[in-house]
Design a protein around this ligand. Sequence first.
Ligand SMILES: [Mn+2]
Length: 307
Amino acid sequence: MIFVVGHQKPDLDSIVSAYAWAEFLTKTGTPATPKIASEKVGAAARWLFEKYDLELPEFIPDVSGQEIFLVDHTEPSQSPVGIADAQVRGVLDHHPVAEGVDYENLTVEMIGATATLVAEKFLKSEVELRPALAGILLGAILDDTIIFRSPTVTPRDKEVALKLAKIAGVKNLQHFGVDIFTAKSNWNEMTEAEMLEADAKEWEQDDKLIYCAAMETVDGQALMARSRAILEALRAKKQHGGYFLTLALVVDILEQQSWVIVEPEQAAVVEAILDGAVSEEGVLAVPSVLSRKKQVQKPLLDYLASH
Ligand SMILES: [Mn+2]
């Protein structure tokens, strides 16, 4: 039995790709079971699987001694616990391959979602792609590409998405995408401290530790009405976590409008990499910033390396 599993911060792409790829492997003669590398599953995944009446994969606490197939990452630090003692039988991913890994049967393509790769495997084969599976694969593509708005999207993702929509009977991709992001935008159920933990990345440059939370929403105004409380949570996080800088990127995916929330005392660092001035309330509107990786992480670390 092969376990198909994604990374430890399981997003839709990671969970859905594992689910669908395990089905493909099983139907082509290699028994496989999907797993999730975290106990915490986001609201969007719960919503999507429920919509299609599918059962979410179970949590696998440790993959030591198991045969596994990795999806949506290669970075060992993101892999399930026990990865060093597992046999990796293959990889499907759309991120640059991590340095130093040497996995067999590696398929990595720079497209918008791993789910696109998985869907293509079905579409190019004789294996039946049932409507529910097409539905969750489509959902993962729409989520990972921010409904085709992310700079990472390619024509292949769109082409595959249209085919999946036909199979799943989805008439309006935009509406389906908004439904997913609405399911994900359960910020009103969270405290500001919880909001900072939901989708966070940590980076380090010259011993300076940075914490950057991202919050995607379909109602930026409602979320930004809480910016003062978010700023307080950022201050507390910085103090307790020993960070050089803590910041939050709020993205309204419908209006394609973003904001950075940061302590006004740290305005200089943010203003060095993004246009505009941080307000006294610690807010900077950044209309064209949709990608934390490309538009915040890289310029910020480059800036800190040279200052
Ligand atoms: Mn992905």
